[in-house]
Design a protein around this ligand. Structure first.
Ligand SMILES: [Zn+2]
Length: 433
C-alpha cells in the first residue's frame, strides 16, 4: 500500500513535468477544488472560517478565487489546536512535524504518510530535474537532525528505501561538534551534498584552507536559509560545482527550485498554489510581497491561504530552460531572517551577509543577533586574533555604512565558539524581537 503510494505519486510528478503550462493549471484547478471541499467538510477550523466569511467551497473554482478565503497565519494555526486536524484522520496515526524556527513560535502539526510522501517527492523532483539520481548518487544531508551523530535509520526506513530503489541519504547533524562532522565528511563515500548555505560556506572555507578534505561533489543543494550571491560563488568556486538552491518549508514541502539556468525558482504548481499579499493586504498573482501558499497535497492538516512570512517576488516570465513550471523570480527574505527597523521597515539579511563576507579571510564563523529593535550584536570567531580589535572595528563600521543613516547600535564581540540554538539550527542572522 505504502509503496503503491510512493510510485503513483512519483510517476504523477514526473508525468506533470512533461505537461504544458495550461494542462498544469488544469491539474492545479482540480486539486484546489478537492482540497477546499475536503477542508470545508472535515476540518472544523476551515469550516468555521469559511462560514464566518460566507465562503462556500463552490465559490472556489481555481486559483483566481482563492483570495475569497481569508489568510491564516502561523499563529492562527497554532491557536486552532486540534480543530485544524481533518476528522478523517486519527491523530495517533499521524506523524508529528514541527517548524523549527530559531526565533518566535514553533508550529507543531500532523502529517499522514501520504501527505509526507507528496512532500518528499516534491523535493525529489527538485534534485532529479537537476540530474541527481537517487539510485546512483549518494547524498549527505546536513541539517538540524536530532540524532547525536550519524542518523541510524530504523529497519522500517531502510526497507522503505530499498523498496523505492533509492540509496539512503547520510544524515549529519550540524549541531554536532566540528571534529566529528569533519571526520565523517572526510571519510564517508558520497558525491552530493545538501545543507544550509552558511554551513556549506564554512565547509568550503575549511576545504579551501586545506583543513578539510572532501570528495569531488557532483551535486550541491542549498536550502533553509537565504543564499546570497557571494556565498554561492564561493561554494561554486571551492567545489567546482553549480549550487542549486531549493526553497521549501515543512508546511508546504518543496515550494520552488532552481534549474541550471538560475533564472528563479520553478514553482511546483501541481503541488501548490501561490499568491502574494500586497501592501494593502490584497492578493496578487505577481509582484513582491508576503508569500501566501495553499498546499494541495496536505489532507490531514490542510494549509490553505497560509501566510508563510517569506518575502518573495512572483513573475509571469517563464524560464528559458523550457520547463513548464512558472517562476519565483527571487526570494528576498525568509521568516525569522529579517531585521525589523525602528520605523517598522525591514531589511533583508542578504546585505548583512555580504558585509560579513568581506571579512571571511579572518572570520571563521559569525552570528548577528538583533537583541532589541535598535541593537545588533555581532559575535565572531576569528582565525587569527592578532588584529582582533581592528577586525571588530572594521566590521562595526562596515555594517554602519551598510545600514547608512539607520539609527542602530552595533556591537561586535570576539568569542571562542558560537553555540548552536536549541533546535540545532546554525543561523547567521537571528532576530529576537
Ligand atoms: Zn528553468
Amino acid at each position: 500500500m505504502k509503496l503503491v503510494d510512493f510510485h503513483s505519486i512519483n510517476t504523477e510528478q514526473k508525468a506533470n513535468m512533461r505537461e504544458l503550462p495550461g494542462k498544469l493549471k488544469e491539474i492545479q484547478r482540480k486539486k484546489i477544488q478537492q482540497i477546499i471541499k475536503h477542508a470545508y467538510e472535515t476540518v472544523p477550523y476551515y469550516n468555521n472560517l469559511f462560514k464566518k466569511h460566507n465562503v462556500s467551497p463552490n465559490d472556489i473554482k481555481d486559483s483566481n478565487d482563492l483570495h475569497l478565503i481569508p489568510v491564516s497565519t502561523k499563529q492562527d494555526i497554532i491557536n486552532a489546536g486540534d480543530s485544524i486536524i481533518s476528522g478523517k484522520y486519527q491523530k495517533t496515526d499521524l506523524n508529528v512535524r514541527s517548524t523549527g524556527g530559531s526565533s518566535g513560535t514553533t508550529l507543531v502539526f500532523y502529517q499522514s504518510y501520504r501527505d509526507g510522501v507528496y512532500a518528499g517527492v516534491s523535493y525529489d523532483r527538485a534534485r532529479m530535474e537537476n540530474g541527481f539520481n537517487p539510485l546512483f548518487n549518494k547524498i549527505v544531508f546536513i541539517g538540524p537532525f536530532k540524532a547525536e551523530s550519524q542518523h541510524q535509520l530504523t529497519l522500517k526506513e531502510k526497507i522503505d528505501y530499498i523498496l523505492k530503489l533509492r540509496r539512503t541519504p547520510i544524515l549529519i547533524d550540524m549541531a554536532d561538534n566540528q571534529v566529528k562532522t569533519e571526520s565523517l565528511l572526510s571519510q564517508l563515500d558520497y558525491d552530493s551534498i545538501k545543507g544550509y548555505p552558511s554551513f556549506l560556506y564554512l565547509l568550503a572555507h575549511r576545504v579551501k584552507s586545506g583543513q578539510l578534505k572532501m570528495p569531488a561533489l557532483k551535486h550541491i543543494f542549498t536550502a533553509s536559509e537565504m543564499l546570497d550571491e557571494r556565498t554561492r560563488e564561493f561554494i561554486n568556486q571551492t567545489f567546482n560545482a553549480d549550487v542549486k538552491d531549493i526553497y521549501g518549508c515543512w508546511e508546504a514541502g518543496c515550494i520552488g527550485w532552481e534549474c541550471e539556468k538560475h533564472e528563479g525558482y520553478h514553482i511546483n504548481i501541481d503541488f501548490l498554489a501561490l499568491q502574494i499579499l500586497g501592501t494593502n493586504n490584497d492578493s496578487r498573482d505577481y509582484g513582491k510581497g508576503n508569500l501566501i501558499l495553499t498546499n494541495l497535497n496536505s489532507y490531514a492538516v490542510p494549509f490553505i491561504r497560509y501566510q508563510s512570512d517569506d518575502i518573495v517576488e512572483l513573475t509571469p516570465d517563464l524560464c528559458s530552460c523550457g520547463r513548464p513550471l512558472p517562476l519565483i523570480k527571487s526570494i528576498m527574505g525568509r521568516r525569522d531572517d529579517f531585521v525589523v527597523l525602528t520605523n517598522g521597515s525591514k531589511i533583508s539579511p542578504a546585505g548583512l551577509l555580504v558585509v560579513m563576507h568581506d571579512f571571511s579571510n579572518n572570520v571563521k564563523e559569525f552570528q548577528i543577533t538583533q537583541e532589541k529593535i535598535d541593537e545588533l550584536h555581532v559575535r565572531i570567531v576569528l582565525m587569527d586574533i592578532t588584529h582582533q580589535t581592528r577586525t571588530e572595528d572594521e566590521i562595526k563600521s562596515g555594517l554602519e555604512t551598510h545600514l547608512n543613516d539607520i539609527d542602530m547600535k552595533i556591537t561586535v564581540t570576539t568569542v571562542p565558539v558560537i553555540e548552536k540554538t536549541r533546535s540545532g539550527k546554525h543561523k547567521s542572522i537571528l532576530s529576537r524581537i
